[in-house]
Ligand binder design. Structure first.
Ligand code: FES
Length: 272
């Protein structure tokens, strides 16, 4: 969709998704984010030059963290991140308030029946831990400090010598669904996805390893797009609640133990 008239300076930003009429937006929230930046600049909270520099820094930092926007689909995620940084730097709002508002909308979305308008639930509160900065500095061996993102968890989807190899008689792997949902759900900055080589237990293909909040969970026979939905719903629930959540029965039926420590713990649940 094309947007309304916007100042030329904003529309000339490098890598801005656009056509001959100006900026284009894949979804309404992108146009809203664009309009907010334009409006705040017009009101004098920051200049266009400030905005362009802040956005460039955000895009460069994403590349540095290996979160580059390769196909342009995440351009407005970076736009929103820039907007958040500028409005907090200018004192228009605080980082805790922004985090709380985002979590409140996520909560509202989860609790709204399909087809009904999403509305904030009165009295919603999030935990303090949710508000912590997810970036830390680490000094490399050459003395250079780099920022990395501290994450809640990581999903390894095996696509090695057997998992997904239909020509060898193994079930197809819903790999595209894993990638698409990971991006679409906007969890990239709290939860990482890696498509890996062989994870080991080939006879159980298709295998995934979920690590979250310090725990490792292995699952087999993840063969359908619907399985991916169940997995990400489970992960999303734990990201929002910031604690372990009851595992869906469909996943529990396909969980297996792979690490010695887990097996020993399971055999002696009431350890002295
Ligand atoms: S190829 Fe997936 S476990 Fe070996």
């Amino acid at each position: 969709m094309s947007g309304p008239e916007f100042p030329a300076a904003f529309c000339e930003l490098p890598s801005l998704p656009r056509d001959e009429d100006g900026p284009v937006f894949a979804e309404p929230w992108q146009a809203q984010a664009f309009a907010m930046a334009v409006r705040l600049s017009a009101l004098g909270y920051f200049s266009w030059t400030e905005w362009a520099e802040a956005l460039s820094a955000e895009l460069a930092a994403a590349v540095e963290r290996d979160e580059a926007d390769e196909d342009g689909s995440e351009y407005y995620q970076h736009w929103v991140a820039t907007l958040e940084k500028l409005v907090t730097a200018k004192g228009l709002t605080g980082a805790p308030e922004l985090f709380e508002r985002k979590a409140a909308w996520a909560d509202a979305y989860r609790h709204t029946p399909h087809g009904q308008p999403v509305q904030l639930r009165p009295g919603f509160r999030i935990s303090y831990a949710y508000r912590q900065s997810p970036l830390i500095s680490v000094t490399r061996e050459d003395g250079v400090s780099k920022q990395i993102r501290v994450q809640d968890g990581h999903l390894f989807v095996c696509n090695g010598c057997c998992c997904g190899q239909t020509e060898k008689g193994f079930p197809a792997l819903p790999l595209a669904e894993f990638k698409q949902q990971w991006k679409k759900r906007g969890m990239r900055r709290r939860f990482h996805l890696t498509v890996s080589g062989c994870l080991g237990p080939c006879p159980l293909a298709n295998v995934i390893l979920l690590q979250i909040h310090g725990r490792s969970m292995w699952f087999h026979s993840i063969n359908h797009a619907g399985d991916v939905d169940v997995i990400y719903n489970y992960v999303e629930r734990m990201l929002v609640d910031e604690t372990d959540t009851e595992m869906p029965a469909a996943l529990a039926a396909r969980q297996f133990q792979r690490y010695l420590g887990d097996v020993i713990q399971e055999e002696r649940p009431c350890d002295e």
